[in-house]
Ligand binder design. Structure first.
Ligand SMILES: Cc1cc2nc3c(=O)[nH]c(=O)nc-3n(C[C@H](O)[C@H](O)[C@H](O)COP(=O)(O)O)c2cc1C
Length: 252
């Protein structure tokens, strides 16, 4: 199997329910092949992501952002991953502001980075084909989980990547959960201890999401290599094919 990196990004400013579900998803990802799948969890807790100020500095400076904060560290981890699993709390029926700041800057920074490295795809993004899975949980039951997941699916598509879901019935477009009106950061864990069916389903769905994301990454990576002679005619695939060839040399 081609070595696969699964990066979990926790979009909560605290180590709470989102972090708990992300650990389950990462467990599921790792189980596919513990030797070949490397995993990492990144939490935005304590990190700073300033908002984009539309200065275009990144576009002219190989993707480097004018702000000096935690953005570039996470961007580089994002770029090196094959699978990205987001686990976020629902905020105002959408993704938390810190994560939105990161995502806004990620997109623009990529334009600057690829424009300098691959001039043939100037003013475009290469196909990245990262497999992106989303978990969103809130405090209430109909309170923005689907909107939040849709935000992340749109982000995946803009980033020339592939959104993935788990299995029905527990995961339609990603994993949505709720803490049964409890605000505490260990709300989900407590519900599990009480045998709450909805919390149990959210955990199972998170584990399956991680697993399906890695399986899809395997399929995509093998497919890219199998089709490389055709795809190499298109500059838009060059960064990805170069990366895949390098990874193939480290076959597990
Ligand atoms: C600023 C803010 C906005 C929130 N907005 C929503 C919301 O729109 N819908 C919802 O279900 N929960 C909302 N919540 C509750 C959180 O999504 C919920 O407590 C979640 O479990 C927090 O996850 P965490 O423990 O990972 O931080 C909000 C919480 C905060 C702090």
């Amino acid at each position: 199997m081609i070595p696969t990196k699964a990066l979990g990004i926790c979009g909560s400013p605290r180590k709470g329910n989102s972090y708990f579900l992300l650990k389950k998803a990462i467990e599921g990802a790792k189980k596919v092949n513990p030797k070949a799948v490397k995993t990492e969890i990144y939490s935005i807790k304590g990190k700073t992501f300033h908002p984009c100020i539309a200065c275009s500095y990144c576009v002219k400076h190989e993707g480097q952002c004018i702000h000096r904060d935690d953005f570039e560290e996470l961007r580089d981890k994002w770029l090196k991953a094959d699978v990205i699993l987001y686990s976020v709390p629902v905020y105002h029926m959408g993704i938390p502001g810190q994560l939105k700041c990161f995502i806004d800057r990620l997109g623009n920074s990529m334009f600057g980075m690829f424009r300098s490295k691959f001039p043939a795809i100037k003013d475009n993004l290469p196909k990245m084909f990262k497999i992106i899975g989303s978990i969103a949980q809130g405090i209430h039951i109909f309170s923005g989980q689907e909107h939040t997941i849709t935000n992340l699916i749109n982000h995946a598509l803009i980033m020339q990547s592939i959104p993935v879901t788990g299995d029905l019935w527990e995961s339609y477009i990603g994993v949505g959960g709720w803490t049964s009106n409890v605000i505490e950061k260990d709300g989900l864990e407590k519900l599990i201890q009480k045998g709450d069916m909805s919390a149990e389903a959210t955990i199972r769905a998170s584990q399956v999401l991680g697993r399906r994301a890695v399986e899809l990454a395997m399929i995509i990576q093998s497919g890219l290599l199998a089709c490389k002679d055709i795809l190499k005619e298109e500059p838009i695939y060059h960064p990805l094919l170069t990366w895949m060839e390098e990874k193939k040399k480290r076959l597990v």
